[in-house]
Design a binder for this molecule. Structure first.
Ligand code: ATP
Length: 339
């Protein structure tokens, strides 16, 4: 039995969470893998009702669970996810961009992953006013750069693909901070002679993700660049509705969609739950590896192929060219999982 914390979130978060609960309950009932789901509050609603975006009971409960699923939260996102990433030392943010068939996408032949450093850069919140100026501290350490570089090379080693790591930075301008990141990645690369290594400035990378995305296998980059490039890469393969993410540390992991709370479509039953359900697939893979539990891999594979096949047969939500509602799409998934 795996204990899963579920932050239900804001905007489309509760709709995505309902979908996730239906899928996890179906797995419980039909696929012989057991989850206890603990629903938790964090985000704008928690801030309004409890005076804090990240209540202490939520933190305590997350720490007692095997993994956390987090639906998107709204305006208070920085007070929730950025804090959790640092508090739980979830240093690797993994954002795959994988083409699915029959998508209104720029490309249908892409399979890459962005490995984003998750604890430093401009996200440490060290900002202040100085005279008439506003200052933000950009912190890049050798320790954090080294472990994220290692994670990227290990990922490239395990993937059945090009065996290539592209280190993305802007060291021609930020010579000290990105200079350290680039130098550290190059040093780590020496330990992986079978993985090809290249460096690219972030502006060139943004262009190449549109012009020639097939050249990428694993991109390793700093926190802010990773956030921006992963929104772009998700658009190359089908949009934010299909984009999952994992925040991984040495002992714990949290899974969430790449996108935010999408208030513009909240409450309309049109959100695509795939981003969150594919995050569950990433969670299953992580639990499988951590606990040497082959059942987790099997169920994860089945969940992904059910989503693939539905989309292929034209059962899909509006954002990817279909007309199914969130609940209809979820029901189809649970029906297929039960077969
Ligand atoms: P944030 O800054 O918190 O990441 P954002 O301003 O980038 O948020 P998102 O909430 O990420 O905005 O979403 C951008 C747009 O993408 C939304 O306005 C919405 O129309 C669309 N979108 C995002 N997620 C989904 C989804 N799961 N299903 C359908 N459309 C989505």
């Amino acid at each position: 039995m795996y204990k899963i914390s579920l932050i239900t979130g804001d905007g489309i978060g509760p709709e995505l969470s309902d979908s996730a609960v239906s899928v996890l309950e179906t797995i419980n009932d039909k696929l012989d893998l057991k989850f206890e789901i603990i629903k938790l509050q964090a985000g704008d609603t928690a801030l309004k009702e409890k005076g804090t975006a990240l209540p202490n009971e939520t933190i305590v409960s997350i720490k007692k669970s095997d993994a956390c699923l987090k639906a998107p939260v709204g305006e208070s996102a920085a007070d929730v996810i950025v804090v959790l990433r640092r508090m739980l030392d979830l240093y690797a943010n993994i954002r795959p961009a994988k083409s699915y068939p029959h998508m209104p996408a720029l490309r249908d032949d892409i399979d890459m992953v962005i490995v984003r450093e998750n604890t430093e850069d401009l996200y440490t919140g060290k900002e202040f006013s100085l005279g008439d100026s506003a200052v933000a501290l950009r912190i890049i350490s050798e320790k954090a750069s080294k472990r994220i570089a290692k994670y990227a090379f290990e990922t490239a080693t395990q993937r059945d693909s090009m065996k290539k790591v592209t280190c993305v930075h802007k060291s021609n301008v930020m010579r000290i901070t990105d200079g350290l990141f680039a130098k550290t990645c190059s040093e780590v690369a020496q330990n992986y002679p079978d993985i090809s290594f290249e460096q690219m400035y972030v502006d060139a990378c943004a262009m190449n993700l549109i012009r020639q995305p097939e050249q990428f296998d694993v991109i390793v980059t700093t926190n802010l660049f990773g956030d921006i490039l992963s929104d772009e890469s998700s658009q190359v393969v089908g949009g934010l509705g299909m984009a999952p993410a994992a925040n991984i540390g040495d002992d714990f992991a949290l899974f969430e969609p790449v996108h935010g709370a999408a208030f513009d479509i909240a409450g309309q039953n049109i959100a695509n739950p795939s981003s969150f359900l594919l995050s569950i697939k990433m969670m299953l893979d992580w639990l499988g590896t951590k606990n040497q539990d082959s059942k987790c891999f099997q169920v994860g594979e089945k969940l992904e192929s059910v989503i693939f096949n539905l989309v292929k047969t034209g059962i899909k939500t509006k954002d990817i060219g279909g007309d199914n509602t969130t609940t209809e799409f979820t029901r189809e998934i649970t029906n297929q999982l039960s077969l």
